[in-house]
Design a binder for this molecule. Structure first.
Ligand SMILES: Cc1cc2nc3c(=O)[nH]c(=O)nc-3n(C[C@H](O)[C@H](O)[C@H](O)COP(=O)(O)OP(=O)(O)OC[C@H]3O[C@@H](n4cnc5c(N)ncnc54)[C@H](O)[C@@H]3O)c2cc1C
Length: 281
């Protein structure tokens, strides 16, 4: 039934993430069109496993061993940018955000340095804080094309999405999106200060900021975690909300360090830190 889908088994995903931690995919499907995606969803329901889309892997912490999922990677069929009416751009979900920025550097300058793909970025409404305002990819977006888990494809108007700080409410596989550079006009030419450029593999900020007034980085620094290490997992000395893989970090050490930070934040400051990265096990 899903003849056209190329399914790989037991493929290592370690190097598919920016953290360089993780085991093997039970199944991996590279999808180039909607039919491939439906095939992948059918495969998942046929083998009784959950499915998950892999974007650029820049926000993921994967466990070791065999990961019992049907992972879906968007192939070349989902990478590219097309001009549509009124200066808008339809961008494939597998396209790196960086490519969008390079194409319209002034209009999308606010997203300069944002790693990952358009699909992953829209799923988590990735973005930056400018003053007291959070500006996410969805703010630049007019509509998003999604393949729902039941196989239906629909366009969702961005204004109908309950978007927020690192949250989009999008359910299903993002296929493409129409961006309207005009929506960001007040930020044209604004290049945000990037947190840090670390030489070691990492997945960006581990925790969401507890509030606009208190960054997770400041809290973790105040708890004395900068430079604290478990195995090869270490809290960055530059930005305490980054955990680094300084060698060959194991999932257990990395997760242990993250849990330790979380429990100290709760015990000492009464704050429930929420993960920004997605942990897959
Ligand atoms: C050095 C560094 C700096 C960072 N700075 C920032 C920053 O300033 N702001 C910020 O917001 N984030 C930042 N991040 C985190 C990360 O880059 C973003 O969250 C990014 O948008 C994730 O995109 P991705 O393609 O890598 O998604 P992945 O990490 O591959 O996946 C993230 C989630 O999105 C889902 N997903 C991926 N593609 C799709 C799709 N097509 N359809 C549906 N779901 C999908 C995945 O299943 C997963 O749940 C940073 C990360 C690093 C390593």
């Amino acid at each position: 039934m899903f003849k056209r889908v190329v399914v790989k088994e037991l493929v290592s995903l370690k190097n598919s993430t920016s953290f360089r931690i993780g085991g093997k995919a039970r199944y991996l499907v590279i999808a180039n069109d909607e039919e491939d995606l439906r095939g992948a969803l059918e495969l998942a329901s046929g083998v009784g496993l959950p499915w998950m889309v892999l974007g650029g892997g820049t926000n993921l912490l994967l466990a070791e061993g065999i990961l019992n999922y049907v992972f879906i990677r968007l192939g070349r069929g989902f990478v590219g940018v097309n001009a549509v009416e009124g200066g808008r751009l339809e961008v494939g979900a597998g396209t790196p955000v960086e490519r969008l920025v390079r194409l319209k550097p002034c209009e999308f300058s606010i997203f300069f340095g944002l790693p990952g793909t358009v699909g992953g970025g829209l799923k988590g409404n990735a973005g930056v804080r400018i003053g007291n305002r959070y500006v996410g990819l969805l703010d630049a977006c007019e509509r998003v094309k999604v393949l729902r888990p039941d196989g239906a494809v629909l366009w969702i108007d961005a204004k109908d999405l309950p978007k927020g700080y690192r949250y989009s409410g999008i359910d299903g596989i993002i296929l493409s999106a129409v961006f309207d550079p005009g929506r960001l006009q007040e930020f044209w030419g604004v290049i945000p200060q990037r947190p840090v450029v670390e030489p070691f593999p990492n997945a960006g900020c581990v925790f969401k900021n507890p509030s606009p007034d208190l960054s997770a980085g400041r809290l973790i620094e105040e708890l004395g975690f900068k430079g604290v290490r478990r195995g090869d997992a270490m809290v960055s000395r530059l930005h305490a909300n980054f955990v680094l893989n300084v060698g060959n970090a194991r999932f257990d050490d990395t997760m242990g360090l993250i849990e330790e930070i979380r429990s100290r934040a709760k015990q000492e400051r009464g704050i429930d830190l929420q993960l920004e990265i997605k942990v897959v096990r």
